[in-house]
Design a protein around this ligand. Structure first.
Ligand code: NDP
Length: 260
């Protein structure tokens, strides 16, 4: 077991990639604290993963809740070996369709929320600890309906991780980013697209992936496990892209056929 005796915090651990990672971490021997806003999915995760899981209902931007959570984690775990700052939201819509409030909400959740999580966790982290941030290939690939705020939040997070790595490496704390491509999670359902539009988006996405399909949350979780565990003990300030080849081998995608 690769995380035997370790303790971990996963923000947004009640859904999608965060939940798949919580399952894997517990299976690998860790005690895990998850956060999220949805009580039903938090309770379901707590029921499924049993005594090795603490579930906290909290918004990443709620400083009062954060204070209470980190106090409880300290009381229960004593310290943290791993932080997976995963909670995040997407935003679809053109520049014209995106309001200032929506732009701010994405930046606040995906970037400020990550900063505040790390800031609060720092007193509990000790030498050998690993921080993993959930980025996105949206940082590299322009999409016409992306409004820019999501890409900006993930690009900002990646830049921030490098500055943080420089600051934290003297303390023996590593920080890395996992950058997923299209992964099957509830993130898209949250936008309540009509079913036919959603099916068209999925089809377009899949035809633009060299491996010809969307990824599974578990395929990202396995990479997070590598970055969180001592297997990556000499890796910091890095990013691992988990995107079926989109950024590195674009022209291998089914949509291009044999044109190249
Ligand atoms: P989900 O929608 O399934 O999960 C998002 C998680 O973030 C949920 O647990 C949600 O909690 C939590 N969350 C969102 N906002 C807040 C908040 N303000 N406070 C606390 N928790 C919050 O989607 P994914 O698993 O796909 O997303 C996880 C991460 O992966 C995100 O950062 C996303 O940007 C990134 N990502 C996903 C990709 C994909 O294709 N799926 C591609 C690239 C990156 P709750 O349900 O309780 O609201």
């Amino acid at each position: 077991m690769r995380l035997q005796g370790k303790t971990a915090l996963i923000t947004g651990g009640n859904s999608g990639i965060g939940l798949a990672t919580a399952r894997l971490f517990v299976a690998e021997g860790a005690r895990v604290a998850i956060t999220g806003r949805n009580k039903t999915t938090l309770d379901a995760a707590a029921k499924e993963l049993g005594h090795n899981l603490l579930a906290f209902r909290a918004d990443v931007l709620d400083s009062k809740a954060r204070e209470l959570i980190f106090k409880e984690i300290k009381d229960e775990f004593g310290h943290l070996d791993i932080v997976f700052a995963n909670a995040g939201i997407g935003q679809f819509g053109s520049i014209a369709e995106t309001s200032e409030e929506q732009f701010d909400e994405v930046l606040r959740t995906n970037l400020t929320g990550v900063f505040l999580t790390i800031k609060s966790a720092l007193p509990l982290l000790r030498t050998g600890a690993s921080i993993v941030l959930n980025g996105s290939i949206a940082e590299y690939i322009g999409a016409p309906s992306g409004a820019g705020c999501y890409a900006a939040s993930k690009g900002g997070m990646h830049s921030m991780s490098r500055a943080m790595a420089a600051e934290l490496s003297p303390l023996g704390i590593r920080i890395n980013v996992v950058a997923p491509g299209p992964i099957k999670t509830p993130i898209m359902e949250r936008h309540q697209m009509p079913p036919e539009q959603s099916a068209a988006v999925v089809q377009t996405l899949e035809s633009s992936v060299p491996l010809g399909r969307r990824g599974e949350a578990e395929e990202v979780a396995k990479v997070v496990l590598f970055l969180a565990s001592d297997d990556s003990s000499y890796v910091t300030a890095s990013e691992i892209v988990v995107d079926g080849g989109i950024t590195g081998a674009m022209f291998g995608a089914p949509v291009y056929g044999r044109a190249f």
